[in-house]
Write a protein that binds this ligand. Structure first.
Ligand code: NAD
Length: 398
């Protein structure tokens, strides 16, 4: 079989000769008891860069020993790109949300042998799920592999935005010492109302992590959490998103991108938010209307916007979020720490082992199966596609 793997570029100066830490902590299970990825074996050292082209998700030996062909490229967007050429006779495509290979209907229809699209990470919105269903291409992801990595990033972003860390660091770095400049937008998080749009694995973990800061916690989700968790965290559940955003100082977005959530944060919803609120979006860029966010930052309706997700990716060099005021954006990194890479590389290997052995892939990993939304796909997505406009990724130049 032919496996096409689309990964992000290597570091500018080549693969690292060594890493800051010689090993990464061992984690035995996820908080709800789900086990970590458990392939029969791995051919990489956890803690190494695996998500870039030379890292190859540690898959080459495994696949070639079984007689399969592995093609790895980062060239994924322009007409005639390497990924499009290799896709035509590929059986399996692996891609990461950080550097998504947008599997549009046109691309899916160019690949008659395609059987499965694996997301090395979480979030399969870069695949036209409707086209995958129509063409019986299964879509799977490594559920939970980086949910807690993202929750850590959310905490970092909430606190750094509210306290205005970026501005203060810039002052220190440039040799300055004007304390008034440094604190004129700086607040404590303590006592604030923090709300999450979706309290799935990431949203709930972010709430748990914010609890010790003595904040008031809110959530909105299509699935209500168990009573015991609501009590444990003293959560306020909202029947509507409008009801939540009007009382929150900080709103963090943690639902998947699918037709129901595309451009959810538009001018209208933002105008209903508490004046001066902050948004932290590590879910998907397209859940927000980018120009509506920029307008709200400009007018002061929002005090700050941070996140690591953009649309499309890579974001065009002139994307308005790159240099709007009071933004704390990073490139899409929260779920691809070296710790997370070890988990999702092992998860991809587990999925491939199941596929070749014809054993069941874990239910929690399924998004589309046999032409229908399945597993987490049925729980967290809606039918249709959210890939429209992804061709704009060609506007980025290195
Ligand atoms: P999850 O499936 O555990 O949780 C998703 C939650 O969203 C579910 O509780 C679901 O009920 C809720 N939801 C779906 N549609 C909704 C809607 N219309 N309104 C309200 N709630 C809705 O997934 P997770 O692990 O928490 O990840 C969530 C998303 O975060 C992923 O789909 C992905 O887009 C994003 N993510 C980003 C990164 C990153 O690196 N930035 C990494 C992992 C995941």
């Amino acid at each position: 079989m032919k496996i096409l793997c689309v990964l992000y570029d290597d570091p500018t100066n080549g693969m690292p000769k060594n890493y800051p830490l010689s090993n990464i902590p061992t984690i035995n299970q996820y908080p709800d008891g789900m086990t970590l990825p458990s392939p029969k074996s791995i051919d990489f050292n956890p803690g190494e860069l695996l998500g870039c082209v030379s890292g190859e998700l540690g898959l080459r030996k495994f696949l070639e020993d079984l007689g399969h062909t592995l093609v790895v490229t980062s060239d994924k967007d322009s007409d005639g790109c390497a990924a499009d050429k290799e896709l035509i006779d590929a059986d399996i495509v692996i891609s990461q949300p950080f550097w998504p290979y947008y599997l549009t209907r046109k691309r899916i229809e160019s690949a008659p042998n395609l059987k499965m699209a694996i997301t090395a990470g979480i979030g399969s919105d870069h695949v036209d799920l409707q086209a995958a269903m129509d063409h019986k291409v299964d879509v799977v992801e490594v559920t939970y592999c980086n949910s807690r990595s993202v929750a850590e990033h959310i905490v970092m972003m909430i606190i750094s935005m509210v306290r205005d860390y970026h501005n203060q660091h810039a002052i220190a770095k440039s040799g300055g010492w004007n304390i008034a400049d440094a604190v004129q937008r700086s607040y404590d998080v303590e006592g604030m109302h923090i709300g999450t749009v979706a309290a799935g694995r990431i949203g709930l973990d972010a709430l748990r992590k914010m609890k010790p800061f003595d904040t008031h916690l809110h959530y909105f989700d299509r699935h209500r959490l168990p009573d015991s968790i609501e009590k444990e965290l003293n959560l306020t559940f909202h029947e509507s998103l409008e009801s939540m955003v009007k009382v929150c100082d900080v709103v963090t977005i943690n639902c998947p991108l699918h037709p129901e959530t595309e451009h959810l944060f538009n001018d209208e919803l933002i105008s209903k938010m508490k004046k001066g609120a902050y948004i932290v979006n590590t879910a998907r860029g397209k859940i927000c209307d980018k120009d509506a966010i920029a307008r709200a930052i400009e007018s002061g309706q929002l005090s700050g916007y941070a996140g690591d997700v953009w649309f499309p990716q890579p974001a065009p060099n002139d994307h308005v979020w790159r240099d709007m005021p009071n933004n704390g954006m990073t490139p899409h990194t929260s779920g691809t720490s070296l710790s997370a890479q070890a988990r999702y590389a092992a998860g991809v290997r587990e999925i491939l082992e199941c596929f070749f052995d014809k054993t069941n892939i874990r239910e929690q990993y399924l998004i589309v199966k046999d032409g229908e939304l399945a597993g987490m796909g049925a729980h967290s997505y809606s039918k249709g596609t959210a890939t429209g406009g992804s061709e704009e990724a060609t506007k980025y130049s290195k």
